[in-house]
Design a binder for this molecule. Sequence first.
Ligand code: C5P
Length: 282
Amino acid sequence: MQPENIYLSPAKLNLDLRIIGKLPNGYHALESIFTLIDLYDTLKIQPRNDTQIVLHTPTVGVPTEQDLTVRAATLLQHFSGSLKGVDIWIEKRIPMGGGLGGGSSNAATVLLVLNHLWGCGLNQQQLIDIGVMLGADVPFFIFGQTAFARGVGEQLQAIDVPAQHYVLVRPEAHVATPKIFAHPDLPRNSSSNPNPTWVNLQPLRNDMQAVVLQDYPKVQAAFAELAKHGEPRMTGSGACLFLPCESVEQTQEIQKMLSESLQSWCVQAIDKHPLYPLLSNR
Ligand code: C5P
């Protein structure tokens, strides 16, 4: 067991994101490279001997039963038949609503940890099947390594990506994901890549970026500032932007030159999810 039952929940970046088409259920078919980065929320997860699921750190404005971590624990109870419960505390560092997948990551952490602590014995694919019911980004965090994703994000394969460092910035804008997916100007007909490799996918892009830059001046301004130092891209449906760099030193030099009003981090990709070892029966 971890010291004091503390577990890490990393953020993600979409290094590339293309919209292939629309699915019958209204969702969009995507193809995307996801990678984990070393920006973490911390979760304390303690099993209970009754069946209650208790979130001690609710997010303002989110009813507890709608919180993704509570829904994750409830779904796992349902599918595994577990009669145990859990106490959950979340310490947030990953900005919310920024395209970094914080809420999805927290849900995946709860699934991975409780599968272990409750002794459910579900394998990775079974957890991914539960994860996709919670959100399109959850399966990737259970997959736990740099991936090429298809479908809404649930069909995952490992992909080799050069080790990279990034300056990550959070423009002061809240992008509503459903609004961007419904945007009339959103390109939806990128061609599917039958043989996705790092080389085949160059130049990398994000099909959602242009409409977000067009509609959110603060994202546009942050993008222009980062573009003085390289080739920034947006992650997910934004609003966070990242600039690929060669080294930690380079990220730190660039970060120093950014305006102080812009929240920023120096981050790097991580090879494997910190909880990957819990999936002994992959
Ligand atoms: O799965 P998630 O909760 O992140 O999705 C938020 C919204 O984004 C969905 O309700 C849907 O409108 C849109 N979406 C989509 N296609 C996807 C993922 C999300 O249209 N692949």
